[in-house]
Design a protein around this ligand. Sequence first.
Ligand SMILES: [Zn+2]
Length: 100
Amino acid sequence: MGRKAAARRRTALVTCQRTRKVRFRDHRQAIEALHRAANARKWSLLRGATTRRREQRAYPCGHCKGWHLTSQPLRLDLQTEDDMSLNENSNWEVEKCVAS
Ligand SMILES: [Zn+2]
């Protein structure tokens, strides 16, 4: 399989030039990816296997205007608890994209 074959794939992944992470077009796509990752983890555990997939949250990126997934712990200094309670789905929290 060469590069041409990979480029022709229907679900080619777009990455953010700033964060080098997979870029999702909107919040919904990011959440769907989170759920797929969670399911992959669950099935791996059932089979007694381990997985390196630890994506936990989605956050909007100010550089590419898209969304990324992160496994980093929630940075409470960026968000108040009142803001968090507005999210009916507690599986995700919003975090600023910090350039490193
Ligand atoms: Zn980005």
